[in-house]
Design a protein around this ligand. Structure first.
Ligand SMILES: *Cc1c(COP(=O)(O)O)cnc(C)c1O
Length: 226
């Protein structure tokens, strides 16, 4: 199958999963993850209407950006180190891997200096071992009010990567836990937190069933990474 055909079948599966969940397909954004694939390959999905891309490495993303249309909304989906904050603020539509108050504060500081408001998602850890980065749930509950005070970031919601499972349905409790956590954080902070970035190539249907508003899909579109 060509990239265009695989993209189309991901879109179809997104729509049918949304329908099964009693949701509208418009409520779920497809973020195509272009990491490791060169701009020449990635341009194939852009030619077929894709307007947002996810990258997990800062350097790779910044090198690819000038080679593709300026209208693309770039999402940084990998962990964000403190020494990279200055490089990324203002360069991404959304920073999805913000996993500590320290990083959020650093982003806030640079955004304030730059005179912008930087959209981001808070990455949360569910399921204990197996998941590397992300806020611990209990810590995030304690820190959400302080995070909500940071005026030069816009916290749009949560992102998660569940621990590895053998069948995608086994990931559903983790996705459900993130949605429940989101609801609690909304009450506590007054933030809308409307985005739930969850679901990848193998488990995006399960994530949509549990309320995902953004699936991050790489290999199902481009094939296996080298
Ligand atoms: C690579 C990556 C994806 C996409 O994974 P696929 O299994 O190829 O769909 C999604 N989210 C994050 C955070 C990633 O690093």
């Amino acid at each position: 199958m060509s990239i265009a055909q695989r993209l189309e079948s991901v879109r179809e599966e997104l729509a049918s999963s949304a329908e099964l969940a009693g949701r509208s397909a418009d409520e779920v954004e497809l973020l195509v993850v272009s990491k490791t694939f060169p701009a020449s390959v990635v341009s194939e999905v852009i030619a077929h209407g894709q307007t947002s891309l996810g990258e997990n490495r800062v350097q790779e993303a910044l090198e690819k950006q000038p080679l593709l249309p300026a209208t693309i909304a770039w999402h940084l989906i990998g962990p964000l180190q403190r020494n990279k904050v200055r490089k990324v603020v203002g360069k991404f539509a959304c920073l999805q891997g913000v996993d500590s108050l320290k990083i959020a504060s650093a982003v806030n500081r640079v955004a304030e200096e730059t005179g912008i408001v930087q959209p981001l998602l808070l990455q949360v850890k569910v399921g204990g071992e197996g998941t590397k980065s992300g806020f611990e749930e209990e810590l995030l509950k304690k820190q959400i009010e302080e995070l909500a005070q940071l005026g030069s970031i816009r916290i749009e919601g949560l992102m998660t990567i569940p621990p590895p499972v053998t069948h995608p349905d086994e990931a559903r409790p983790y996705f459900a836990a993130v949605r429940t956590l989101r609801d609690l954080l909304v009450t506590r902070s007054g933030l809308a937190l409307s985005q739930l970035s969850m679901g990848m190539s193998k488990d995006f249907s399960a994530a949509i069933m549990e309320g995902s508003t953004m699936i991050r899909v790489g290999s199902a579109v481009f094939g296996k990474r080298g």
